[in-house]
Write a protein that binds this ligand. Structure first.
Ligand SMILES: [Zn+2]
Length: 260
């Protein structure tokens, strides 16, 4: 059974055919898709999907860019429809604790927006506190802010961490590994030398697989979808020198250890 530990099934590009996308994932042997919300609207959509499809598990979060509520209100960003009360949304997520497997997507981003880490940190701090409170793993985005993310996680009491699509350097990878954090490897590991290097270095017991669909497709120019997580698993098997079956079982075991 394959695991897609990080997907965006709420994304508009799946509105038309989410049913078929889920069918294809099942046919490919995918057993779990962790759908991640990023704001109030997508968090609710993720809950609906998890209710409707047994294969879909919900994770609810506040994406780092959505965390910039003050800036959005002031009109610096084209995200006006997404103005919401961060504390109210955190309360909402807390109340869903029996319907979710994790907290995320959340974290810090200094790539899509720059120089706004201080306001993002305030919200990420609250998300870390929330994950501790509800005793669920936290699924973390860390683009171009990898060290800041590691520093915040390490200085908190949180232990159950999934660093999704981690683009930090190998020293930072080692730092996360030593803390016992998990890393989910996207399907573009088929051609990304960065992710291939990570797979070689990280203990197999701390690896998970993801698609981050519709982004990061292993097939250039094509929309990504959960069925393609098979490609990351195959590549991990090849790089680690294990059979596909051994790799599948190991990653399933890792999923259970982190999420259950
Ligand atoms: Zn994502």
């Amino acid at each position: 059974m394959f695991i897609d530990a990080h997907a965006h099934l709420d994304h508009p590009s799946f509105h038309e055919d989410v049913e078929q996308v889920i069918e294809r994932a099942k046919k490919a042997g995918v057993g779990i898709i962790v759908a991640n919300g990023v704001n109030p609207e997508t968090n609710r959509r993720v809950l609906e999907l998890a209710k409707k499809y047994a294969i879909v598990k919900a994770a609810l979060g506040i994406y780092p860019i959505e965390a910039l509520q003050q800036e959005i209100k002031e009109g610096e960003y084209p995200l006006k429809p997404n103005v919401f009360d961060v504390n109210e949304e955190i309360d909402f997520i807390r109340k869903q604790k029996n319907h979710i497997v994790g907290i995320g997507e959340c974290g810090l981003d200094d790539h899509h927006v720059q120089g706004k880490l201080e306001s993002q940190k305030k919200v990420f701090e609250k998300m870390i506190g929330l994950a501790e409170q509800v005793k669920k793993p936290i699924i973390v985005h860390s683009r171009k802010a990898e060290q800041e993310v590691l520093d915040m996680l390490i200085s908190s009491r949180i232990k159950k961490v999934l660093l999704h699509c981690f683009s930090g350097n190998m020293k930072q990878v080692k730092q996360g590994e030593e803390e016992g954090y998990y890393f989910s490897i996207p399907a573009n590991v088929t051609f990304s030398t960065h992710f291939q290097e990570m797979v070689k270095r990280i203990n197999i017991n701390q690896l998970l697989t993801e698609t981050d669909c519709p982004y990061l497709s292993p097939f250039k120019g094509q929309r990504n979808e959960p069925a393609f997580v098979v490609e990351s698993t195959k590549k991990i098997a090849e790089l680690k020198g294990f059979t596909l079956e051994e790799t599948e079982n190991n990653i399933m075991m890792n999923y259970k250890t982190l999420f259950q």
